[in-house]
Write a protein that binds this ligand. Structure first.
Ligand SMILES: CC(C)(COP(=O)(O)OP(=O)(O)OC[C@H]1O[C@@H](n2cnc3c(N)ncnc32)[C@H](O)[C@@H]1OP(=O)(O)O)[C@@H](O)C(=O)NCCC(=O)NCCS
Length: 167
C-alpha cells in the first residue's frame, strides 16, 4: 500500500487498541521519551478517551492516535498526547484527529482545547514542526513553564477557542 495515495478512517479508541497506541508512541523516538511513554501508559490505564486512525487497507496497526484528558478548568479539554506514524505524517491524519477532538469537545459544551508541547526555547528541533502544526490550526501561546521536561526543556502550553469568548 502506498501511503501517498492511501486514505484513512478515524474511530473512537477502544480498549483492544491500547497496545497499538503504545506501540506507535514507542516508535516515535525523536518525540517521546521513556518518561513520556510511561505517562501515556498511565493515562491509557486510567482513562480511555480519544481517537485512532486506521488506514483504509485494513491493516491491524493504527497510523495515528489522539488521547484526551480533562483539564483542571472544567471548560477546557486537554489534548494529552497525539502521534502519527512517521510514514503518514503530513498527510492530514493529525488534522482529522484534532477535528474529531474539537467536535466532541464542542458537543460536550466545552470552551477551549489545551495542548502542551516542547517550547522553541528548549532548542529541540523535532518539535518545530509540531508547534507549526498547532499554530496552523489556531492554537495560541498561553504560557511557558521553564525546565518542565528536562533542565532547559521548557514546556509551551497552547489553547484554542472552541466556542464563545476566551477567558
Ligand atoms: C504533530 C503531528 C501529530 C501532526 O500530525 P500530521 O498528521 O503529521 O499533521 P497533518 O498532516 O494533519 O498536518 C500537517 C501539518 O503538520 C506539520 N507537520 C508536523 N510534522 C510534519 C511532518 N513530519 N511532515 C509534514 N508536516 C508536518 C506541518 O506544519 C503541516 O502544516 P501544514 O498542513 O499547514 O503545511 C505529527 O506530525 C506527529 O505525530 N509528530 C510527532 C509527535 C508529536 O509531535 N506529537 C505531538 C506531541 S505534543
Amino acid at each position: 500500500m502506498n501511503a501517498m495515495t492511501a486514505t484513512f478512517d478515524i474511530d473512537p479508541l477502544t480498549p483492544d487498541e491500547t497496545p497499538a497506541v503504545r506501540h506507535l508512541a514507542a516508535s516515535l523516538r525523536r518525540w517521546f521519551s521513556p518518561t513520556d511513554l510511561r505517562a501515556i501508559d498511565a493515562l491509557l490505564r486510567k482513562t480511555l478517551s480519544g481517537w485512532v486512525a486506521h488506514d483504509h487497507a485494513g491493516n491491524a496497526d493504527i497510523v495515528g492516535f489522539l488521547l484526551t484528558a480533562p483539564a483542571p478548568d472544567p471548560c477546557v479539554r486537554e489534548v494529552a498526547w497525539m502521534g502519527v506514524d512517521e510514514a503518514w505524517q503530513g498527510r492530514g491524519v493529525g488534522t482529522e484527529l484534532l477535528d474529531r477532538a474539537t467536535a466532541a469537545a464542542a458537543s460536550d459544551g466545552l470552551r477551549e482545547l489545551e495542548v502542551s508541547t516542547v517550547a522553541a526555547s528548549a532548542g529541540y528541533a523535532p518539535y518545530a514542526a509540531t508547534r507549526a502544526f498547532y499554530y496552523a490550526r489556531g492554537f495560541v501561546d498561553r504560557r511557558v513553564d521553564r525546565d518542565y521536561y528536562w533542565p532547559g526543556g521548557d514546556r509551551l502550553v497552547l489553547r484554542r477557542l472552541i466556542s464563545g469568548q476566551p477567558s
